[in-house]
Design a binder for this molecule. Sequence first.
Ligand SMILES: [Zn+2]
Ligand SMILES: [Zn+2]
Length: 355
Amino acid sequence: MKSAILISPKVMEINQKAHVPFPGPGEVVVQVKAALTCGTDIKAYLRGHPKIPLPSPLGHEFSGDIYRIGAEVEGFAEGDAVMAVHSAPCGECTFCRMGRENLCSTIMEEKVLGAYAEFIKLPERIVKVNMFKKPEHLPYTEAAMLEPLSCVVHGIRSTGFGAMEAEKQKNVLILGPGPIGLMYLMLYKINGAKVMVADIRAGSRAGARRADRLETAKDLGADAVLEGDLQDIAWKVTEETDGLGADLVVEATGQKDIWEGSPSLARRGGTVLLFGGCPTGTRACFDAGRIHYDEIKLVGAFHFTPSDVREAYNLLASGRLNVSKLISGSYHLDDLQTAFDELIGGRGIKFAIIP
Ligand SMILES: [Zn+2]
Ligand SMILES: [Zn+2]
């Protein structure tokens, strides 16, 4: 079967060598119908990734049809159209027992990569809790959004509000109009918040301008789109919020300078969700006075729990999210490199990869 292998940073191969995998007990093999590009894949491609030892298959957002089913799998049959995420918690470790399944001690080691391929094998733990039948009306490309949307649902819950109660946050400021930022926008919008989306020029993003992404933000209902350096954004946010600052700031860029600038955009008593991952070892500095005297809450969020995945599944199945707007086009698996080059060149939001 055909699959994309990242040999070393910037060296990717589409090879034919691998055999179609065979499912053991509890496992299934999915024939991939659509995979999606993700910022994590691009990061891994450009500079490697601490959690992805190379060479490695790549791609983790997908949907498809069950091609072969292992013994003891219940509730599914060969030929079923399914959507899944690429990891699941063990259910037994200390963190799983605390209900913090996203922090499960083996969730990252046991994750499955290789969605840029004709087939992908899913282990028992994913089949049991994080795989769903795809509703017929949902296209495969949109069903493949399950994984990133689960991360976003988890982020929203981490701020202390369920995704469905987001209206408690009046003014939401999203930093970074990438696919994740735009998903936050959609979720907060359907819950009636006033949402501002900002493209900040700072640090390594200086000069980068993603007008197409801000256009999409407007399309998706952003109440304001802001562009400029941190100072410009701070002025505009003050204007938009009657001098208060945002109730909630969502950092979705993973840039150190923007992490550091985020608390200055929140109102007194506001919350900052630091969602975009910076490389491990990065140190960020904040004004301690704002955190203490203004009681600004800094919240980290990573990955997702099975209940986040279920909520993301329900959102996609309900058709309430216009996720098709985040898919800028599609490429055949053989042209994966072109899709990556487009994204690296600053074009497109997400691309569908079709085997
Ligand atoms: Zn992803
Ligand atoms: Zn666990």
